[in-house]
Design a protein around this ligand. Structure first.
Ligand SMILES: Cc1cc2nc3c(=O)[nH]c(=O)nc-3n(C[C@H](O)[C@H](O)[C@H](O)COP(=O)(O)OP(=O)(O)OC[C@H]3O[C@@H](n4cnc5c(N)ncnc54)[C@H](O)[C@@H]3O)c2cc1C
Length: 777
């Protein structure tokens, strides 16, 4: 899977962007055909056409580069309809004569041919569906196409029709030149300025060679799916431009004596816009790849689902961003003087032709239900083809599966299934940790020299996904994903030699001593003090919400070593503390979910050797931030989310998917998981092994936690009256008697426990603030 543009694509993007900026700057009212001729002159129309018909033979990726740049304008053109639908349908399904007659002219801009497929909308007020009747000398068309985007400016139309003799069969497709007798063109203005028309066919006679051969419907469907993806790329261009304009405006526009961009409510709304842009762009990249794979595997169902997924996500996100952008521009936002309204109008046009977010979500639900039903929802990660074409990956997946089959005992799977928390019970997590360690697979994200696996991104994805599908327990991230990377980066050679092997083996079980009763989001205000006494620090104070402190033998902690309380970031150091050191007391805190996970830890004159400090004295804040980025991002969480959703699906009563509420709720979550997965893969593909993900980790944490919460919320809804049942024993797998079915047992406690997902590791508000700082400054 490729998430970066290659050199040629970058050049293409830059040249289109320059032209678009120029078009916008001159502000001249340019006609559709004039603009079309210019685009042809640059060679953009022929890019995706076959080489044998004077095209460049490029693919959807290049088309998306072009449409994204057009979207930033916005420059509305009939590119999606003319090139990606009409020309592509001809190229795939036309006869050699049809291709030779039309395609070179289309690539050169001499002929504009657009699809005329839509019969809904205006047709309801005047006109019957188009029918095709076989005659001795060809075909006769009758009826009306009510909305033909760019149809007014076209030289020919690709018209769909039902055979009069067999109205329920596949549609037939005809190329109808503009001057064909009996065709009446009724032009009307379109919302995006491209123009449109209705077409009436009154005894229109066409020769046989105007009809695309049998089987064209599949090619047309495929072309429409490609156009749907490219329409999303266009929407991404628009989203990014609207976000940039909104940021620029709110930074300069002052109200109440300060720039609007300093107001947190507005900052967080712009952070959400930035998140939606990032996810949408990742999903477009991933979908290009997914369509190509589905093509190779001849998986029509997979193609349709991928196209519905990306439009459901991106169309909805783009509309939301446009509405937000207008709102945050105040009165200026609604005027024609600013571009915001033009973006929204173009997005509405894309929705009308390629499907709105709501319509595509319904389509996703229908496709999913008809293809897989409840059982397959349950098994979806298993049934999916691999999203990578890497040599040896199938063999690797087989190897992982056979390892899981041998080593993942049913008892571990059951405990994991009944787990109400994101953390495994220590005993269960450690048992699995040790098995992975014995196989050399415990630290896939670590560099090989420190005990990592050396896997590619694709292998890591396969491993995580297979573990999730098989129901393996999670292993504690505190050593592997937090203490470990910090020690690797900042530790002394002695610290690395001592701690890293013990993290890998599971001999050390870590907890994190950051938060304090008076210091949560404002962590740098922490007060636990470490005073130097010879070659020891003497620690006094308290940490709170310390996950698994009651079972950990080590803590990494932030302590105040500096004198100047006022310069709060600089007086903090990072210490590694043994939990059995005299003076440490742990007070359990039970949470609303009934779990005992967190604790308060008291330090009374606790002596810790100076050699247990990581980094320099006063460097703790830098280290803490580095660690937090690992804590929040850098994992592949989509597989586990999908597995959690699959477990929910097992709760569905028979025919539950007939309920559109349930079906749409499942689809919405599935679409969100796809977008998160694409973002995770995009982020990770740009990282070297062991490198931290930077501030994008905030986006990943935010979305992961929100999606997980929505899964648990849906769970409680599906449980109905059974949500009343409460079990008091924790962990649940240790209870002798169970009042509910196994799949139902962890739902309510899991929902309660999940309230913490948007709090621990830095609250969602704090993540939005970090994203806002990155986006706005
Ligand atoms: C289950 C669980 C496990 C945890 N495990 C650990 C652990 O192992 N180790 C550890 O050190 N900590 C742990 N934490 C603590 C966690 O990191 C903190 O709870 C978190 O950082 C929030 O701090 P707080 O609870 O003091 O809330 P506060 O900071 O008091 O925040 C209260 C509310 O105000 C909002 N808020 C605060 N500041 C701002 C701001 N500037 N702008 C906008 N909104 C703001 C917050 O988002 C929140 O909604 C855990 C917490 C939970 C719930």
């Amino acid at each position: 899977m490729r998430f970066q543009l290659n050199e040629e694509q970058t050049l293409l993007r830059d040249s289109v962007a320059r032209w678009v900026a120029d078009q916008i700057a001159t502000g001249a009212a340019v006609g559709v055909r004039e603009r079309w001729a210019t685009m042809a002159g640059f060679g953009w129309l022929g890019m995706t056409l076959p080489v044998e018909h004077d095209g460049l033979g490029q693919g959807l990726a290049e088309a998306c580069v072009l449409t994204e740049a057009l979207g930033a304008g916005p420059i509305a053109t009939p590119y999606l309809e003319a090139i990606l639908i009409a020309a592509e349908s001809l190229a795939q399904a036309g006869t050699p004569e049809q291709c030779a007659r039309w395609l070179p002219a289309m690539g050169e801009g001499r002929c504009l041919m657009v699809p005329a497929f839509q019969e809904a909308g205006r047709a309801a007020r005047g006109g019957a569906a188009v029918t095709a009747t076989r005659e001795a000398q060809g075909w006769r068309l009758e009826g009306c196409k009510s909305v033909v985007p760019a149809g007014d400016a076209a030289d020919a139309w690709l018209v769909s029709a039902r055979a009069a003799s067999d109205g329920s069969g596949e549609p037939l497709y005809f190329v109808v030149p503009r001057d064909t007798p009996g065709v009446a063109v009724e032009p009307f203005a379109s919302i995006d300025g491209v123009g449109a028309c209705a077409l009436r066919f009154d005894a229109v006679r066409l020769p046989d060679d105007c009809r695309l051969p049998d089987g064209a419907a599949a090619a047309v469907e495929r072309a429409c799916q490609q156009a749907a993806v490219a329409s999303c790329a266009e929407a991404v261009g628009a989203m990014q431009a609207m976000l940039s304009a909104t940021v620029a405006y709110t930074r300069t526009r002052e109200q109440f004596g300060k720039p609007l961009a300093t107001n947190q409510v507005l900052r967080h709304r712009m952070a959400d816009m930035a998140i939606a842009c990032e996810e949408s762009r990742s999903l477009v990249f991933a979908t290009i790849d997914r369509l190509a794979r589905a093509d190779r595997q001849d998986d029509a169902q997979g193609r349709a689902l991928a196209a519905a997924t990306v439009r459901a996500k991106v169309a909805a996100a783009a509309r939301r961003i446009a509405e937000e952008a207008i709102q945050l521009h105040g009165g200026m936002g609604v005027t024609e003087e600013l571009n915001m309204g033009r973006y929204l109008r173009r997005l509405l046009a894309l929705d009308a032709v390629h499907g709105s977010g709501e319509r595509e979500l319904r389509r996703h639900a229908t496709l999913r239900n008809s293809a897989r039903g409840i059982d397959e929802v349950d098994d979806q990660a298993d049934g999916e083809p691999l999203p990578f074409d890497e040599p040896g990956l199938d063999a690797f997946r087989t190897e992982v599966r056979s390892f899981l089959l041998q080593q993942l005992e049913p008892e571990l799977v059951r405990a994991s299934r009944l787990n109400t928390s994101v953390f495994s019970d220590k005993e269960i997590g450690l048992r699995w940790h040790r098995k992975l360690h014995a196989r050399g697979w415990i630290a896939p994200s670590w560099p090989v020299e420190h005990g990592g696996t050396g896997w590619t991104l694709a292998q890591r994805w396969v491993f995580e996904t297979e573990c999730a599908v098989a129901g393996a327990p999670s292993v504690s991230p505190l050593g592997l994903r937090m203490a470990g990377p910090v020690i690797m980066r900042f530790g002394t050679p002695e610290q690395k030699a001592h701690y890293l092997p013990r993290i890998l083996s599971g001999d050390d079980y870590w907890c994190q001593g950051y938060s304090e009763p008076g210091s949560g989001s404002d962590l740098a205000s922490l007060k636990t003090r470490a005073v130097r006494d010879g070659d020891h620090y003497v620690i006094n104070g308290s940490k709170i919400w310390t996950t698994h402190a009651h079972v950990a033998n080590r803590m990494f902690a932030l302590v105040r070593t500096g004198d100047a309380e006022t310069r709060k970031h600089e007086g903090i150091s990072f210490l590694l503390i043994e939990m059995d050191t005299p003076g440490i007391t742990v007070r359990p805190i039970r949470s609303a979910s009934g779990d005992h996970e967190v604790n308060q830890v008291f330090f009374d004159d606790v002596r810790v050797p100076v050699s247990c400090r990581v980094g320099d004295e006063g460097q703790g804040w830098t280290i803490a931030k580095y660690l937090l980025e690992f804590e929040r991002g850098g994992a592949i969480s989509a597989g586990r989310l999908r597995a959690a959703l699959a477990r929910l699906a097992r709760l569905l009563p028979e025919n539950a998917l007939d309920d559109p509420d349930v079906s749409l709720a499942l689809s919405a979550i599935e679409v969100d998981i796809r977008a998160l997965e694409a973002t995770e893969l995009r982020v990770m593909s740009s990282l070297r092994t062991g490198q931290n993900p930077g501030s994008i980790s905030s986006l990943l944490k935010l979305r992961w936690s929100e999606i997980h919460q929505s899964i648990t919320r849906l769970g409680v809804r599906l449980l109905g009256a059974d949500a009343l049942v409460w079990e008091t024993i924790r962990p649940l797998h240790e209870a002798d008697e169970a009042p509910l079915d196994e799949d139902a047992r962890p739902i309510v406690a899991g929902y309660l426990n999940a309230r913490a997902y948007t709090i621990f590791g830095g609250t969602s508000e704090i993540q939005r603030e970090i994203i806002a700082r990155e986006t706005i400054g």
